[in-house]
Design a protein around this ligand. Sequence first.
Ligand SMILES: [Zn+2]
Ligand SMILES: [Zn+2]
Length: 241
Amino acid sequence: MIGCDCAICSSENEKDKRLRSSILVKSKNTSLVVDTTPDFRTQMLRENVKKLDAVIFTHPHKDHIAGLDDIKAYNFFQQKPVEVYANTLTEEALLRDFYYIFTEKKYPGIPEINLHLISDKPFMVGDIPVIPILVYHLKMPVLGFRFGKFTYITDANRIEEVEKEKIKGSEILVVNALRKKEHISHFTLHEAIELVEELRIPIAYFTHISHQLGLHDDITNELPANMHLAYDGLQITIPGE
Ligand SMILES: [Zn+2]
Ligand SMILES: [Zn+2]
């Protein structure tokens, strides 16, 4: 947190240094990111990501879309637009915040994208099948995504029963857990743990963590054995069918 010198913000542990939440999903032929955070450029440089085919957006909050401009490096090296998948709410924000991408006369060097509208229907990105899961961030609809036996959900504090059915059977769930204290639009750590138990998910990682949650090592010691705090740079192999 800018300007904060709490124990977490001044921790020497790399796992306490958190950029904004996003994931990169890779198959044999396809690479996509879920969300382009304000840290997108830093994250892509850190991980030396050379190829990016697509972006899938969860919701239009700035901490999930602000980095879109930087996909232009991929346009340059790949000589093609990046495929972008968003629901109508996020599309509205993209048209407003990145108006220059959508103008008729394009200034050279601006990002090139193909925008695809998505809803709750499954779709393919290259060879990656994607199942959207509708969750709620207070009243805002947000999309979580299931990729085979792996499910990623961020910025939620409520999931309806029918959508929970779509998550069941996942081997690995990544879900947001902001802090211990109640929050208006994010699951608390306790609520996230309850969700993992209710859905009987074998392995879970918590993400979108605030500095208010506590030190990585302290919280790790408090968690059930099958649940972990995610950290920047964490890599997971998605189990096969
Ligand atoms: Zn949000
Ligand atoms: Zn967020």
